[in-house]
Design a protein around this ligand. Structure first.
Ligand code: ATP
Ligand code: MG
Length: 392
């Protein structure tokens, strides 16, 4: 078990010694039962935020209006949240106000799915009021309570259900699935940033294809930007370690919609730059990469473009491992490795300083990369005088 789990238990112990109650809740309990790596360990307590701040010497307010205090216990950070209910909902969105409550049952009841609504006590007992363990065994995502009510309270939960399908390979329980199909249009009320965060988690998941299949089956895909139903097959063997690869692949499959996708999912400039690079490398790969393509693109960009071709069943005449090999064996790794610079050129001609210098250096780079001339001062001088000047 991860270190955070021990920190959580130590924090719980301290809270209980002060006369309150505390448990580990939510995703950490689910992942513990599934023997999956835990993302973050959350502690819930009947102590109020001010009471938590009284118990620990070092705390940070991270969301006090939602009852969350970040406790730095012996330097280790852990989020402690007061038991709460979510008050009233409007506009199918998460409520702004919450109400603190003193019992765990109410707190577990507000949680989205049975597998996320369990608690773990200091003694190692699992508190499971809604059949979460059974649903883990059956590999089911089931809403806590009436699914339509729960999705009308917060429509993002529908997309969270898909995300858990993609992460865990679970299916959505029948009534829960029907409720999403009925209410899928409510996803329009959800802020794009929140939608984007769930999709980003889907891209990194183990079962992306299955998740997208479920996204389509629930009708949710109709309310998102990008053609999903039409292109499902292209996602069959998709696999990404980071969200931006998913965004890039979505852009590749929806080329004309690049701008819409970037806007709708609120992609950052960094992400957009990366996506453009990968798409360009993908296009270049279709005519086979030149030495210049290998030179200008980072290995990771080339490998991602290669994966894109593979995922789309585009025939590739070489193995992925070749990319690194070819790139490492280029006569130049970086522009500053060229054996000559502008001063050399100036000394070899009577021409005045001007834009031609950059043109000549670029041409020299290409000539070296293509193996036409060695990266050597004397050889480049010959090339410059015989080929560059004479050819114009
Ligand atoms: P992850 O592994 O991504 O952290 P998680 O289940 O911990 O998954 P979080 O978004 O971190 O998900 O939320 C923590 C817990 O808070 C959930 O397990 C669930 O109990 C509850 N929760 C989160 N979002 C909602 C929501 N929109 N509606 C109801 N409960 C929610
Ligand atoms: Mg979590």
């Amino acid at each position: 078990v991860k270190k955070e789990w021990h920190v959580a238990l130590r924090v719980i112990d301290k809270i209980e010694k002060s006369g309150f109650e505390a448990v580990i809740v939510g995703g950490a309990v689910r992942d513990y039962l599934l023997q999956r790596p835990v993302n973050d360990v959350d502690v819930a307590t009947n102590a109020l935020p001010t009471e938590i701040k009284g118990i620990f010497t070092s705390t940070v307010d991270v969301g006090i209006e939602h009852g969350t205090v970040l406790v730095l216990d012996e330097g280790e950070p852990i989020e402690v949240t007061t038991y709460r209910t979510d008050g009233t909902y409007s506009d199918y969105r998460r409520p702004e106000e919450v109400a603190f409550v003193r019992n765990l049952e109410d707190d577990l009841q507000r949680r989205d799915f049975t597998i996320n609504a369990m608690a773990f006590t200091k003694e190692g007992k699992i508190i499971d009021l809604f059949g979460g363990k059974e649903d883990i065994d059956k590999k089911l995502i089931r809403a806590v309570g009436n699914p339509n009510v729960r999705f009308r309270e917060d429509a993002l939960r529908m997309l969270r259900a898909i995300r858990f399908c993609a992460q865990l390979g679970f299916s959505i329980e029948e009534e829960t699935l029907k409720a999403i199909q009925v209410d899928s249009d409510l996803i329009d009320f959800i802020a794009n940033e929140r939608i984007s965060m769930e999709l980003a988690k889907i891209w990194k998941s183990k079962y992306v294809y299955y998740g997208l299949q479920t996204l389509i089956e629930t009708n949710l895909s109709k309310f998102l930007v990008g053609q999903f139903a039409e292109q499902l097959e292209h996602w069959r063997i998709f696999k990404a370690g980071k969200p931006v690869v998913g965004w890039a692949y979505l852009c590749l499959l929806n080329r004309q919609e690049f701008q819409n996708i970037a806007d709708f999912y609120r992609l950052s400039n960094r992400e957009k730059t990366y996506i453009r690079k990968v798409l360009n490398a993908f296009d270049a790969l279709r005519q086979n990469w030149t030495a210049m393509d290998y030179f200008t693109n980072e290995l990771e960009v080339l490998e991602t473009a290669y994966d894109f071709a593979r995922w789309q069943n585009i025939g590739l005449p070489f193995k992925k491992e070749k990319i690194r090999e070819i790139k490492n064996n280029l006569p130049l790794q970086a522009i500053d490795q060229l054996a000559i610079n502008g001063n050399h050129l100036m000394s070899w001609t009577t021409r005045k300083k001007g834009p031609w210098i950059k043109v000549a250096l670029d041409a020299a780079t290409i000539a070296v990369l293509n193996g036409y001339v060695e990266n050597d001062e004397e050889k480049l001088k010959e090339w410059f005088i015989n080929d560059f000047i004479n050819e114009g």
